[in-house]
Write a protein that binds this ligand. Structure first.
Ligand code: RP5
Length: 164
């Protein structure tokens, strides 16, 4: 199975990004974590992205805050799918990072999740890998069924309490 790359602009993004690790581990997906910045280490970010497909990665997750160009800069140098996580790390509450990540020009897509949405970024990466991995697809289906059952159990409890 292909690996997932998780790149963050700064180690200060770790408290957000760590939520992605747990999801990937739950699904048994191998991942590699790096700190590369579009602005502070542009050459290292580019080198990683240029070589990512050859290095057996299937998806890149990029997390950054403020003027968050990391996901777009990585996407510029690879045709692997890139998932952007806008990180809330500034006085603008992450809206700056959201707009910087999501507003990509046609031709260079970045699949942007919610501000601080690391768990969904990892889940989307698993879903992408599941296209060519039946056991991952099966795990995803089981997790959806379990989640559905949990919500319906909550409905039953709430209904029992309030609906007479
Ligand atoms: C961004 O600037 C990083 O992704 C981080 O969210 C933010 C602040 O970085 P530090 O100054 O904490 O290293 O590039």
């Amino acid at each position: 199975m292909k690996k997932v790359a998780i790149i963050m602009g700064s180690d200060s993004d770790l408290p957000v990004v760590e939520k992605a690790f747990a999801v990937l581990e739950e699904y048994g997906v191998s991942y590699e974590v790096h700190v590369y910045s579009a602005h502070r280490t542009p050459e290292a970010a580019k080198a990683f992205s240029v070589n990512a497909r050859g290095n057996d990665f299937g998806v890149i997750i990029a997390a950054a805050g403020k003027a968050a160009h990391l996901a777009g800069a990585l996407a510029a140098n690879t045709t692997l799918p890139v998932i952007g996580i806008p990180v809330k790390s500034s006085t603008l509450d992450g809206l700056d990072a959201l707009l910087s990540t999501v507003q990509m020009p046609a031709g260079i897509p970045v699949a942007t999740v919610a501000i601080d949405g690391a768990a969904n970024a990892a889940l989307l990466a698993v879903q992408i890998l599941s296209v060519s991995d039946a056991s991952l697809a099966e795990k995803l289906n089981k997790a959806r069924e379990a989640s559905c059952a949990q919500v319906l159990a909550k409905d039953e409890a709430v209904s029992h309490r309030y609906n007479h």
